[in-house]
Design a binder for this molecule. Structure first.
Ligand code: GLN
Length: 554
């Protein structure tokens, strides 16, 4: 069968949930028994998301192959249960790098190299090539590729991509391409009128670029009224039943179901000339998930001690992993954000109220999580949070930096190594318990970390990790770091009870930490959050949530 492409663009403003819409359409297509893959286009000039601040742009998502990509790829992996590659994230930086390299090689000898056709061809070739990469672990090529165009149509940066997509329909056949435009329908005034003008404008802009939307997905607070759909159809050159309402719902799992109820799957089948299968077990699973999340009983409160507490997107996968875990045991996830710096003694002098409130928040939680991070700010606050959890038998999960601060704290207070630190934060420390152990370059910042999937071997079958990972002795998880626990310190740390139960195959890199005699004091050098799925919560996160629930029930 010919590859089908669903292009999802956005208008009016960013942050409309285009990624969730695109993933949801993918779920509906997958429910037909099709193999679905996804590509995210980010029109910025960075080659990848690796050097971008999570504070500005949201979390850097890490793939098996070590690709550092936009967080939307995480949505695709979670929604569609697939494993993507770095090439599934296309950026202006990557496109231009390829074209400029080809120009230097002499591939275009004699020609003037231009945005049209050279850049636009490169984009089209990229999409067509990557669409065929198997992603579901069975080695078979996908049937459908969902391509999300980041940014909003009309931005200068996205113009070459919009033009490439316009040309693409002639390259692969109009019948194999479907354009979905996501827009906003705001409500104004006391009568609560749903306004269609912003959508009219953005559709006009898209049509000016030569693209006719097949479907409109309109974000709104309330379901679109019939009159609103009618008006949009009239002014935007789409059939009335091709205008979908994407109104607010109680949880994210309702989004595919909401589109399904409005006929999206049937209409996509009509568009692509596909049969609509009757038996769709995947939909049943989603209905169950959506219903389960609506009827959670009891709350579990986890304190997240991080650096960026203002922007939850900075820790998106961590939040998802916590939610998957809580939902799987029927509990509602409450995350209390604690800015690490506010737990430090200095904060007490500057703002006693903030300090007191932060400590009260930490103490009120059923469990503590210190996620990954870079840079010295808040390090001491994270270390005291780890100390508090250790000394008070509070369930603790340290991810990457969160494991490193736990080791630092343990060395200082249990082994009496005053000033113990990571050389990332104190190059001259007398007790370097965490040291630079790179795999890549020591001079470049981009793509030089220990990145992507690496093997961890469990050292014995009696550890908590063995139980959490379902009896496996070998674990594959994703990494993103430069520093690690100093191998020379292992003996001392282990003798005092901090056990490194998971290591790399050479036995040099400490991957999993557990503390003897503590209900759950767990650390991972890797980032387990990236492989968490709605129906398969990440084991270390599930361990934390379970221990936190047990503690409140005890
Ligand atoms: N900054 C630490 C390192 O590079 C931790 C990284 C992280 O938490 N992802 O090792």
């Amino acid at each position: 069968m010919a590859m089908r492409y669903v292009f999802v663009s956005g208008g009016v403003l960013s942050g409309l949930g285009k990624g969730v819409t695109a993933s949801s359409l993918g779920v509906l297509l997958k429910s037909l028994g099709l193999r679905v893959t996804a590509i995210k286009i980010d029109p910025y000039l960075n080659t990848d998301a690796g050097t971008m601040s999570p504070f500005e742009h949201g979390e850097v998502f890490v793939l098996d192959d070590g690709g550092e990509v936009d967080l939307d790829l995480g949505n695709y992996e979670r929604f569609l249960d697939i494993t993507l590659t770095r090439d599934n994230n296309l950026t202006t930086g990557k496109v231009y790098a390829n074209v400029i390299e080809a120009e230097r090689r002499g591939d275009y000898l004699g020609k003037t190299v231009q945005v049209i056709p050279h850049i636009t061809n490169e984009i089209q070739e990229w999409i067509e090539r990557v669409a065929h990469i198997p992603v579901d672990g069975n080695g078979a090529e996908p049937d459908v590729c969902v391509v999300e165009l980041g940014g909003t149509v009309g931005d200068i940066e996205s113009a070459p991509f919009v033009e490439a997509l316009r040309q693409f329909q002639f390259r692969v056949g109009r019948e194999n391409v479907c354009f979905v435009h996501v827009s906003l329908v705001p409500v104004l005034g006391v009568v609560g009128e749903q306004k269609t003008k912003p959508t009219q404008h953005t559709v006009k802009e898209l049509r000016g670029a030569g693209i006719t939307a097949d479907f409109l997905v309109c974000r709104s607070e309330e379901p679109l009224k019939a009159a609103t759909k009618e008006k949009l159809a009239l002014f935007c050159h789409v059939a009335e039943d091709h205008v979908f309402s994407a109104h607010d719902v109680s949880n994210i799992y309702h989004v595919p179901l909401m589109l399904e109820e409005q006929g999206a799957t049937r209409l996509l089948c009509e568009k692509f000339g596909l049969d609509m299968s009757k038996d769709r077990p995947l939909l049943k699973q989603w209905r169950e998930m959506a219903a389960r999340v609506d009827s959670l009983e009891g709350e579990v409160n986890i304190a997240m001690v991080g650096k960026y507490t203002g922007l939850t997107d900075s820790y998106l996968s961590v939040i998802k992993a916590l939610q998957h875990s809580a939902f799987s045991i029927g509990a509602d996830m409450r995350i209390t954000w604690v800015a690490a710096a506010n737990l430090e003694p200095d904060a007490e002098k500057e703002s006693p109220e903030l300090y007191a409130k932060s400590w009260a928040d930490l103490k009120a939680a059923d469990g503590v999580l210190v996620p990954g991070g870079f840079g010295v700010r808040g390090i001491e606050g994270k270390a005291v949070a780890a100390q508090y959890a250790r000394e008070n038998n509070v369930p603790y999960l340290g991810v990457c930096l969160g494991m490193q601060v736990a080791v630092i704290e343990f060395a200082r207070h249990v082994l009496g190594m005053e000033g113990a630190n990571s050389t990332e934060f104190d190059e001259k420390t007398a007790h370097p318990v965490v040291i630079f152990m790179p795999e890549g370059s020591t001079t470049h910042m981009g793509a030089t970390m220990r990145l992507g999937s690496r093997k961890t071997l469990l050292q014995n079958s009696g550890c908590i990790a063995h139980r959490l990972y379902g009896g496996a002795m070998e674990i594959d998880e994703r990494h993103r770091h430069r520093y690690e626990v100093n191998p020379d310190m292992i003996e001392a740390l282990e003798e005092a009870g901090l056990k490194f139960v998971g290591r790399d195959p050479e036995g040099q890199r400490m991957e999993i930490m557990e503390l003897d005699g503590h209900p759950y004091y767990f650390g991972t050098q890797y980032h387990p959050e990236f492989k968490s799925r709605p129906n398969r919560p990440s084991p270390p996160f599930l361990g934390l949530v379970q221990a936190a629930v047990n503690r409140t029930n005890a």
